[in-house]
Design a protein. Structure first.
Length: 105
């Protein structure tokens, strides 16, 4: 192999439950589904608006744990967006024209 080492693309999938979920993801989704089931038993579903409100916990938590390419899930994507937008970005230029604008001696 000419002293080369290839890392398989799915190395992290072996550490995940069903190859997609971390324990926190399943706990979060389970809480959302349990809350939805509790609301179904307590509240009367007389209109479409009440039905949507009752289903919201399961829908929101399901959206947060859905897998996304290049990230783990939507919860991770939203966290990265908040981190990117809330932190100060200071980029130092070290390109090929870094000396432009300086006087030559």
């Amino acid at each position: 192999m000419n002293n080369t080492y290839l890392i398989p693309a799915n190395t992290k999938n072996g550490k995940l439950i069903l190859g997609m979920f971390e324990p926190f993801d399943l706990i979060l989704f389970g809480v959302g589904v349990c809350l939805t089931l509790l609301l179904v038993t307590i509240l009367p579903m007389e209109s479409i608006y009440v039905t949507i409100v009752i289903l919201l916990p399961a829908l929101i938590t399901g959206f947060l744990v859905i897998p996304v390419p290049n990230y783990h899930n939507m919860l991770n994507v939203i966290g990265e967006m908040i981190d990117f937008l809330s932190n100060q970005r200071n980029y130092k230029w070290k390109g090929w024209c870094v000396n432009y604008g300086k006087a030559k001696k």
